[in-house]
Design a protein around this ligand. Structure first.
Ligand SMILES: Cc1cc2nc3c(=O)[nH]c(=O)nc-3n(C[C@H](O)[C@H](O)[C@H](O)COP(=O)(O)OP(=O)(O)OC[C@H]3O[C@@H](n4cnc5c(N)ncnc54)[C@H](O)[C@@H]3O)c2cc1C
Length: 308
């Protein structure tokens, strides 16, 4: 019996109500709409998460934690491992004065809307990001001058052995699109943000303005994972943007199979229809190579990979 088969057996015995899926196509769970099957996937509700993580630890299986798959590229061959995606019980939120406590599976856009409904400012920038709170904390997601690190107060997580942990902002050790949770060793159950009272009309207007900017500049009509590459370090004190470099190298529209460097925003690779993971990876490598040859700058992927 393989470790995964052992885990499946234990979970079925010890957690009979748990939603467990075998050979689940990951293309259903990624915004690129790409990826072969995950051998085993659990979608725990409420207290089940603790049992799932603890059982995986006992069975010697390291889970991969999936959010909304909006920063994820999964191999065409799939992932011969165990994927855990939080389900009901982790997609709600509550407000205590200036504190917003939201589940790890809640969409970041919903968290921003909850802040708006409660007249709290500090998450307006997050409204158009299609990830979950768990994924956004892991990645220290950010946009338009805002980022998770600015208002995150605490993270409630399960360690690999199923132990409950509370991490402060400092312990999350945030940096650009990175945090102490990026190593995938903890499942983020909840996040607490410390926000400030604000004028609901001003908050709503700012969110609408940013949504309009996204719609105008980003190829939201095609599947993608947002910015493919991270912002490179500044050169001579001046900021450098991956999209600008790619555009300057004349790579807009460059295509491999169904994958294309967006004509609208060079920072995005889009799935024009039927793209394979291999197409996207080949295109990413080609872009990196040509940008390096022309500018001397090596682009680092922002998109994470699984099973590759
Ligand atoms: C159209 C579009 C626009 C985008 N714009 C932006 C933007 O402006 N700014 C920005 O920063 N990003 C942007 N992104 C990228 C993406 O939405 C963010 O990185 C987001 O935070 C990823 O969240 P997710 O839930 O989809 O995570 P996933 O893609 O599912 O996973 C990303 C990482 O987070 C981990 N993870 C997910 N959930 C958990 C959890 N509960 N516990 C522990 N680890 C977890 C995963 O293991 C993985 O390592 C954009 C993407 C798209 C498609």
């Amino acid at each position: 019996m393989t470790l995964l088969e052992g885990l499946e057996k234990q979970l079925r015995e010890e957690c009979p109500a748990l939603e467990l899926r075998k050979n689940e196509p990951m293309s259903k769970y990624t915004t690129f709409r790409v990826g072969g099957p995950a051998a085993l996937m659990a979608l725990p509700r409420g207290e089940e998460a603790h049992k799932v993580i603890e059982t995986a630890f006992r069975c010697n299986v390291r889970p991969f934690f999936l959010g909304n798959g909006s920063n994820l590229l999964v191999s065409d061959a799939g992932y011969n491992g165990f994927v855990v995606k939080l389900s009901e019980g982790y997609n709600g939120g509550e407000v205590y004065t200036n504190e917003l406590m939201v589940g790890g599976a809640m969409l970041l856009s919903q968290a921003a809307n909850l802040a708006l409904q409660n007249g709290l400012t500090g998450l307006e920038w997050a409204a158009g990001i299609p990830g979950t709170v768990g994924g956004a904390v892991t990645m220290n997601a950010g946009a338009y001058g805002g980022e998770i690190a600015q208002t995150l107060h605490q993270v409630h997580a399960l360690g690999f052995d199923g132990r409950f942990e509370v991490l402060s902002n400092r312990e999350c050790d945030f940096s650009y699109r990175h945090s102490a949770l990026s190593d995938g060793a903890r499942l983020i159950l909840e996040a607490v943000f410390l926000l400030s009272p604000g004028d609901p009309d001003a908050i709503r207007d700012r969110m609408a303005e940013l949504a309009a900017q996204r719609k105008a500049k980003q190829p939201l009509e095609y599947p993608s994972a947002g910015s493919t590459f991270k912002r490179p370090p500044p050169v001579d004190g001046k900021p450098v943007y991956a999209a600008e470099l790619i555009d300057r190298c004349g790579l807009k529209g460059l295509r491999v199979g169904g994958a294309q460097v967006s004509e609208k925003h060079a920072g995005f690779i889009v799935n024009m229809g039927g793209a394979a993971c291999a197409d996207i990876l080949t295109l990413m490598e080609e872009v990196r190579k040509r940008v390096l040859d022309r500018t001397g700058i090596l682009l680092e992927p922002e998109v994470r990979t699984l099973g590759v």
